[in-house]
Design a protein around this ligand. Structure first.
Ligand code: FE2
Ligand code: FE2
Length: 278
């Protein structure tokens, strides 16, 4: 264990604010009414939904693993405010994992086995990194994907409990994306300040990484094509939005950092950073 400073500064105000918001916004799977009447009656539809939810459950579990893994890394880097925030992010992903596990019980179905769904596993393995900024630019893809899929579920309103789950997750994802933005903005404002050439190089590196992670998504949609169509998920639209939105967000964080370093702007307001689809 490494503790570089006994007394942390806790100076990063936006991160501290996000951490307090996250603490106050916690909720439990037990808060949902799992007894709401079922709307899905067809066996075939249940089978299809169970397959479609496989990468969703896989994503929540992978997020729980990766967020938890980053907590000690941020500690080593003495990034205590981020470390604090990530403890709540881990709780969020644990809750999401529980929600979908329980939803499978409600459906009375099981997800696809990993060996029958390699695309899902390969996508998750693309995100893994021990460098927080690198990890955040990969995780941006799974977060935005979660957001787009939850919005589709809300729109389709297949089952009242699934809609409640989607609403709750959308609130949590807004915080995750808010953190993603302010962390990367801070990182790039430091980099542009200290070494602009390195900042440019690193931006290119993160964009390549983002593109590499995004490329892992179409094979998932391809593998579940029939089921996604049966349920009514707008596949092409989701894929197109995913590529656009993730790139736009990463570039926005880098540009915000560049402007802060150049004293052309103050750091983004947290409320803006959290706004969905902004
Ligand atoms: Fe999640
Ligand atoms: Fe998330």
């Amino acid at each position: 264990m490494n503790i570089y400073k006994v007394l942390p500064d806790l100076k990063k105000k936006r991160q501290m604010h996000l951490w307090h918001t996250a603490l106050r916004s916690q909720w439990s799977a037990e808060d949902l009414d799992w007894k709401k009447p079922h709307r899905i009656t067809s066996r075939k539809f249940k089978d299809e939904l169970a397959r479609v939810l496989t990468p969703v459950l896989m994503g929540e579990q992978a997020a729980l693993y990766s967020v938890s893994g980053l907590i000690p890394i941020l500690g080593h880097r003495s990034e205590v405010e981020s470390q604090f925030y990530l403890t709540t992010w881990a709780v969020d992903e644990a809750r999401h994992t529980e929600l979908f596990a329980r939803f499978y019980h409600r459906l009375d179905r099981e997800p696809l086995a990993i060996r029958r769904f390699p695309a899902g596993y390969l996508f998750q393995s693309r995100i893994v990194s021990k460098d927080p900024a690198e990890w955040l630019s990969g995780v941006l893809v799974s977060e935005v994907l979660a957001l787009l899929v939850m919005e589709e579920f809300k729109r389709l309103d297949i089952d009242p409990v699934l809609s409640d789950i989607s609403n709750g997750i959308l609130d949590d994802e807004a915080r995750h994306l808010g953190f993603n933005h302010i962390y990367l903005e801070d990182r790039f404002s430091q980099l542009f300040d200290q070494d602009p050439e390195e900042a440019e190089r690193y931006q290119g590196h993160l964009l390549d990484r983002l593109a590499y992670v995004v490329e892992g998504v179409p094979p998932i949609f391809e593998a579940l094509k029939t089921e996604l169509d049966a349920i009514g998920v707008r596949r092409d639209e989701v894929l197109e939005k995913l590529a656009k939105e993730t790139r736009r967000r990463l570039l926005r964080s880098v540009e915000a950092g560049r402007r802060v370093a150049g004293r052309q702007a103050a750091a983004s307001r947290l409320a803006e950073a959290e706004t969905l689809g902004a």
